[in-house]
Design a protein around this ligand. Structure first.
Ligand SMILES: C[S@@+](CC[C@H](N)C(=O)[O-])C[C@H]1O[C@@H](n2cnc3c(N)ncnc32)[C@H](O)[C@@H]1O
Length: 257
């Protein structure tokens, strides 16, 4: 892996991001986006009525990536890192790296996963006053601020890339695909899980329906080896069971050697 360009409050920074880019990036907003991620990703730890919302995603990853892998697994767009934490319980021999373009998300990921003690958050605006995350440090997972379009690895470094709920948020997903092809080892795999909830009209035209997305992926020295069009994720919005239903597609993708 490349060396970080710098560190900011112990967050390794692998990319440049201008003040303007910081100010327009919604994922840098602590009060809506970072708190929303924490609320939904750790909800089950605070309320026994529910299960971990990404259980279907864990199952899909395990279906395609052997738990005995010893290579490096990188999650791109990892936000506050819960998925990697869950994966670390099964992928004990792998190196786990979480990257996200949001400094605030990675800072929170490190706060939760690298330090001991209890993180107590007040979500009384969502009906949950004492939201407590009690995690033991897991130095096994490395986090860094980096861009999907400029991955901080030398060529053919990674065994596996995981990307969840990122594809439809990228300005140009094909730049991400170019990087995936560059940094994956021959026969390396990517597990891509996304709702098709594009934000821009030209993205709908370019990538929707799923067969178009697959065509574009396969024009990049990548082969889609499995498609699951029924990965349903329920994201809790508050403590009163209001939720968003995400209808996701899951793709297991292999780099053609
Ligand atoms: C919808 S959230 C999903 C987060 C997490 N994967 C999950 O499923 O809970 C999208 C995440 O992707 C990150 N992101 C957006 N654009 C990115 C980019 N170009 N490179 C890396 N991460 C990016 C955001 O900062 C945010 O944390």
């Amino acid at each position: 892996m490349n060396k970080p360009l710098s560190y900011q409050s112990s967050v390794p920074i692998y990319c440049t991001k201008t003040q303007k880019e910081f100010s327009v990036d919604p994922y840098e907003r602590y009060f809506d986006r970072v708190r929303r991620q924490v609320f939904s990703q750790y909800y089950d730890l605070n309320d026994l009525r529910t299960h971990y919302i990404y259980e279907p995603i864990i199952q899909y990853i395990k279906q395609h990536i052997s738990t005995s892998t010893t290579g490096t697994i990188c999650e791109v767009g990892c936000a506050t890192g819960r998925l990697l934490r869950e994966l670390s319980l099964s992928y004990k021999e792998a190196d786990l790296i979480g990257l996200d373009y949001s400094y605030q998300m990675i800072k929170m990921a490190q706060q939760i996963h690298h330090h001991s003690g209890i993180l107590e958050l007040d979500f009384s605006d969502r009906g949950s006053k004492n939201y407590i995350i009690d995690y033991h440090p897991n130095q096994h997972i490395h986090f860094g601020m980096a861009k999907a379009e400029e991955l901080p690895f030398e060529s053919e470094y990674l065994e596996t890339i995981i990307s969840v709920m990122l594809w439809d948020r990228l300005d140009d997903p094909t730049q991400f695909l170019n990087e995936v092809v560059r940094v994956l080892r021959p026969n390396g795999k990517m597990i891509l899980i996304t709702p098709e909830n594009y934000q821009k009209a030209h993205h709908w035209q370019q990538f929707y329906p799923t067969r178009k997305m697959i065509q574009i992926i396969e024009s990049h020295k990548l082969k889609v080896i499995h498609l699951n069009e029924k990965i349903n994720i329920t994201e809790p919005l508050d403590n009163s069971k209001n939720a968003i239903m995400w209808d996701c597609v899951g793709l297991a993708i292999k780099k053609i050697s």
